[in-house]
Design a protein around this ligand. Structure first.
Ligand SMILES: Nc1ncnc2c1ncn2[C@@H]1O[C@H](COP(=O)(O)OP(=O)(O)OP(=O)(O)O)[C@@H](O)[C@H]1O
Ligand SMILES: [Mg+2]
Length: 300
């Protein structure tokens, strides 16, 4: 990966480019794509600053439901920052300031009264390195629903006649099956999750995310720490999940984006969304020369 120029924004309107990029001007029309199907997430003029660094500039895009949207672009172009805008995870970063609007099913997530717990349940996130809790496989799945008061278990629950052991078992089975992990772990649900392989841990994290019944699943390079076999399992799973959920996935792997996504958004240096379209169009006949150069490996 070549070095990117991440000079702080000086307020000029010139497009920041990576070494090897042409200085083509981006056109609004390249991002005005409307996918077939209902819009799940509607992003309007999102800007993000880290201190004085303008990391994401005027990004607008409609993300359709029940499909896979890939976010690609060179390192430092703002993919993770953008993904975090979609469930307000940037709120947790002190230096970050976000402006703009994101609507989920018509509800503004940046409304001051938005319920962040509810929001992050509805819009779950899976990270680059698998991060299961140091607890049993079963508890990794039931932790969220218990925290949200959907499952009660244990001595106190038994005393009050509210023990939900059966409901928990059903939930654990459903989530692990959805994440294509059930067959590999159903005989050791009480083992520590940290004993699973990396690929299994990542599918467990996906199952944990599914257990709270999200609508949208955000994934930030979920397979980049995995070997090819584990990666292909995650890819199959992503395609399967898109039948029911809205999946937005950041990937560095161009072939992966081409294989699994329905539409692709290309971000380039300077935090701009340059082109957004059907994945086939982006990979076979992009409008932007810079996007073509990026996809064919001329820079980035
Ligand atoms: N917590 C932070 N504090 C300050 N600056 C940050 C922070 N997170 C990201 N940035 C800056 O914002 C810009 C975009 O970063 P981001 O992590 O979103 O890029 P990315 O496209 O995900 O890169 P990569 O492919 O390397 O993961 C970069 O210049 C980065 O240095
Ligand atoms: Mg990133």
């Amino acid at each position: 990966m070549s070095e990117t120029d991440i000079t702080p924004d000086t307020g000029s309107t010139a497009t920041t480019t990576t070494a090897g990029e042409s200085d083509e001007q981006a056109r609004d029309a390249w991002t005005e794509y409307r996918a077939a199907g209902e819009t799940k997430l509607s992003v309007e003029d999102i800007n993000v600053w880290y201190g004085d660094d303008h990391a994401l500039k005027d990004v607008s895009m409609d993300i359709p439901e029940e499909s896979v949207t890939a976010l690609i672009g060179p390192s430092g172009c703002g993919k993770s920052t953008f993904l975090r805008c979609l469930n307000r995870m940037n709120d947790r970063i002190k230096a970050a300031r976000v402006e703009g609007s994101v609507e989920v099913g018509g509800t503004e997530i940046y409304h001051p009264d938005a319920n962040l717990v509810e929001l992050r349940k509805r819009i779950g996130m899976v990270f680059q390195s698998p991060n299961p809790f140091p607890k049993s496989i079963r508890e990794n799945i039931s932790y969220g629903p218990r925290k949200h008061g959907e499952i009660e278990k244990g001595l106190l629950a038994r005393l009050f006649g509210r023990d939900d052991t059966e409901a928990e078992a059903e939930l654990v089975e459903r989530a692990l099956k959805q994440a294509a992990l059930w067959d590999e772990v159903n005989d050791r649900l009480d083992d520590n999750a940290l004993g699973l392989s990396g690929g299994q841990q990542q599918r467990l994290c996906i199952a944990r995310c599914l257990a709270v019944d999200p609508d949208v699943i955000l994934m930030d390079e979920p397979a980049s720490a995995l070997d090819p076999i584990a990666t292909s399992k995650i890819e199959d799973l992503v395609e399967e999940l898109a039948k029911e959920y809205t999946v937005v996935i950041v990937t560095h792997n161009m072939q992966q984006a081409a294989r699994i996504s329905d539409q692709t958004a290309v971000f380039l240096t300077g935090g701009e969304l340059i082109e957004y379209d059907d994945t086939e169009k982006i990979f076979e006949n992009p409008e932007s020369q810079r996007v073509e150069d990026y996809i064919t490996g001329k820079f980035g």
